[in-house]
Ligand binder design. Structure first.
Ligand code: HEC
Length: 166
């Protein structure tokens, strides 16, 4: 076989490789689409987190009434504080009552009085953060009274921004 006979094949191979490389380049250069959630998915995620908050509170209340070492409550307290920080972001516009097919108890005041809602959430963050500090210090008395403060932060926000169950 002569070199000349091989040439067309080599060119073809080169051309194919170049095409594949070009395709890969274009592919990797394209910006990935940002993640999107539907309003229904956001409502479902926040409601599940809020239900888990109630369970986390119940766990900590049991620890207090059973006289357990509050140092072990640092993790639930800190987790509650992390969620408290994320809470307002889970209430974007368009996730209120009547805007989707999902059932929600989020009142319109969340959006008409956004500053008030953010303030209620910030009070919750501060209360939960402090609860974590009492847990870290192993201060059972401080932890017990701070747990009441956190509970009041839940109720206070619910009073203004959450529809009561009939
Ligand atoms: C800043 C306001 C705010 C704070 C603070 C807050 N919540 Fe709520 N919570 C809401 C709103 C608004 C809803 C209604 C959400 C919905 O139905 O979409 C809700 C709903 C709930 C629900 C019902 C969820 C469901 O399945 O429908 C539970 C349980 C709950 N909260 C527990 C708590 C607990 C426990 C705390 C405190 C540890 C707390 N929340 C703190 C605003 C708040």
């Amino acid at each position: 076989m002569t070199l000349q006979g091989k040439k067309p094949l080599s060119l073809l191979t080169f051309a194919c490789a170049a095409l594949v490389a070009a395709a890969l380049f274009i592919e990797s250069g394209a910006a990935p689409a940002p993640p999107t959630l539907t309003p229904e998915q956001i409502i479902a995620a926040r409601q599940a987190s809020l239900d888990m908050s109630a369970m986390t509170m119940a766990e900590m209340k049991t620890a207090v009434t059973d006289g357990l070492d509050v140092k072990k409550q640092f993790y639930p307290a800190k987790t509650l504080a992390r969620w408290a920080n994320a809470l307002p972001t889970m209430f974007p516009a368009g996730t209120g009552q009547g805007t989707t097919s999902a059932e929600t108890h989020a009142l319109a005041t969340i959006w008409t009085d956004r500053a008030g809602f953010e303030k209620a959430a910030a009070a919750y963050v501060a209360a939960a953060d402090k609860l974590g500090e009492f847990a870290k210090d192993g201060d059972s008395a401080g932890f017990a009274s701070q747990l009441t403060v956190v509970s009041k932060a839940c109720d206070s926000c619910h009073g203004d921004f959450k529809q009561k169950y009939p």
